[in-house]
Design a binder for this molecule. Structure first.
Ligand SMILES: Nc1ncnc2c1ncn2[C@@H]1O[C@H](COP(=O)(O)OP(=O)(O)OP(=O)(O)O)[C@@H](O)[C@H]1O
Ligand SMILES: [Mg+2]
Length: 312
C-alpha cells in the first residue's frame, strides 16, 4: 500500500436503492495525484459507487472518506460543497446557455473574480474558446463534454468524478477527452473516472478497479490491468499478455505513474477541428442528455460544486 493518504476512499461500502443492495463491500481509493478508472460490465454498480460518494446511495455498511474526513451518508449538496465535483454522463450542460454562460454557472458559488479561471478553461479547451458565444446545445457531443468538464472545474475541485465522459463519442473525440483528463490531472486535480472504453482509459490511468456484480473483482495499475488476461478477455477483446500480468487486489501498487512519463504533458491540449464528429452541425437535444430541461440545473446538487477556497 502506498503511504500517501487517500483524497477519496470507499472502505468496504455496501449499499443500494430502495430494498435492493447494489454494491457489496466495495473498496476504492484515490491518492491526491492519481487518475483512477473504474471499469466493469453494464449494471456492475460503477455509477452507484459514485452515487455512494455523492450521498445518493443508501449506505448499509462501510465508510466513505474525503481527505480523511468521514462523509458517509452526507447529503449531495454538502458533498459538493466539500469539493467533490461530479460530471454525469448526460444532462451535464445547460443547452440554451452559451458556453461562456455555462462556465459562469459553474462558478456560481464563487464570490471572487473567476474570469481568469474562465480564460484558463479556454486554454485547456481551445475549441471552446472559438465557440464561447454559441449555445452549448449546438456543440458536438465531444465539445459538450468539454463544456461539462470545464464547468465542473470552475470551482477548482478537490476531486473530479467523471461518469463515462467519452460515451457515444467517435474515437478521435474520445482521444481529445482522454488527453484533457490527463492534462487536468497534471495540473493537480485527482480524478475518478468510470469508463466503457477500457483500453484508452487504462492507458491514461495510474490505477484501475474492475467491478463485477457490485463487487471488487480486480485492481491494479493501469498498465497492469491492460496486460491482465482476464481484463483482456472481459473488456479489451483479447487475452492480454500473460507475461506482463501483474497480481491484482493489493498488488502492483507502485503508484503507477511511471507509464505516464514524468510530469505534465505540455502537448496535452485538445485540438480544434470540425464542429462535430461528422463535420455537420450537431443539434441533437436528446443525445446530450439535456432532456428538455432547458436551463434548469442539469443535475441539481451534484453536477456542480459550490465549494469555498478551502482546497487542502
Ligand atoms: N436510482 C436507482 N434506483 C434503483 N436501482 C438502480 C438505480 N440506479 C441504478 N440502479 C440499479 O443498480 C444496478 C447497478 O447500476 P449502476 O448504474 O450503478 O451500474 P453501472 O455499472 O454504472 O452500469 P452502466 O455501465 O450501465 O452505466 C443496476 O441493476 C441498476 O438497475
Ligand atoms: Mg453507469
Amino acid at each position: 500500500m502506498p503511504s500517501e493518504p487517500s483524497i477519496l476512499e470507499l472502505d468496504q461500502v455496501t449499499g443500494g436503492y430502495g430494498g435492493a443492495e447494489i454494491i457489496h463491500e466495495v473498496s476504492v481509493r484515490i491518492a491526491p495525484a492519481e487518475i483512477v478508472v473504474l471499469i466493469g460490465p453494464n449494471g456492475a454498480g460503477k455509477s452507484s459507487v459514485m452515487n455512494a460518494v455523492l450521498g445518493r446511495l443508501r449506505i448499509d455498511g462501510g465508510r466513505v472518506r474525503l481527505a480523511g474526513r468521514d462523509i458517509t451518508g452526507v447529503p449531495p449538496e454538502q458533498v459538493v460543497r466539500q469539493g467533490v465535483c461530479y460530471v454525469p454522463q448526460t444532462g451535464n450542460v445547460f443547452p440554451n446557455l452559451s458556453v461562456n454562460e455555462n462556465l459562469e454557472m459553474g462558478a456560481y458559488i464563487r464570490t471572487d473574480d473567476f474570469r481568469p479561471c474562465i480564460e484558463e478553461m479556454y486554454t485547456l479547451f481551445p475549441p471552446l474558446a472559438e465557440r464561447r458565444r454559441a449555445p452549448a446545445g449546438t456543440l458536438s457531443g465531444g465539445q459538450r463534454q468539454m463544456v461539462a468538464i470545464a464547468k465542473a472545474l470552475m470551482v477548482e475541485p478537490v476531486i473530479l468524478l467523471l461518469d463515462e465522459p467519452t460515451a457515444g463519442l467517435s474515437p478521435r473525440f474520445r482521444g481529445d477527452i482522454f488527453r484533457v483528463v490527463r492534462e487536468i490531472n497534471a495540473r493537480g486535480t485527482p480524478i475518478l473516472m468510470v469508463e466503457q472504453n477500457a483500453r484508452q482509459a487504462l492507458a491514461i490511468a495510474d490505477r484501475g478497479y474492475v467491478l463485477v456484480d457490485g463487487r471488487n473483482r480486480l485492481e491494479g495499475t493501469g498498465a497492469g490491468l491492460l496486460a491482465d488476461p482476464d481484463v483482456g478477455a472481459m473488456f479489451l477483446g483479447g487475452g492480454g499478455d500473460p507475461e506482463a500480468r501483474t497480481p491484482v487486489h493489493g498488488a502492483g501498487e507502485d503508484g503507477g505513474a511511471g507509464h505516464r512519463g514524468a510530469g505534465p504533458d505540455p502537448g496535452a491540449r485538445v485540438h480544434g477541428g470540425p464542429e462535430t464528429e461528422t463535420g455537420a452541425p450537431a443539434r441533437d437535444p436528446g443525445a446530450d442528455g439535456s432532456d428538455g430541461r432547458g436551463t434548469t440545473d442539469p443535475d441539481p446538487g451534484a453536477s456542480d460544486s459550490g465549494r469555498g477556497k478551502d482546497r487542502p
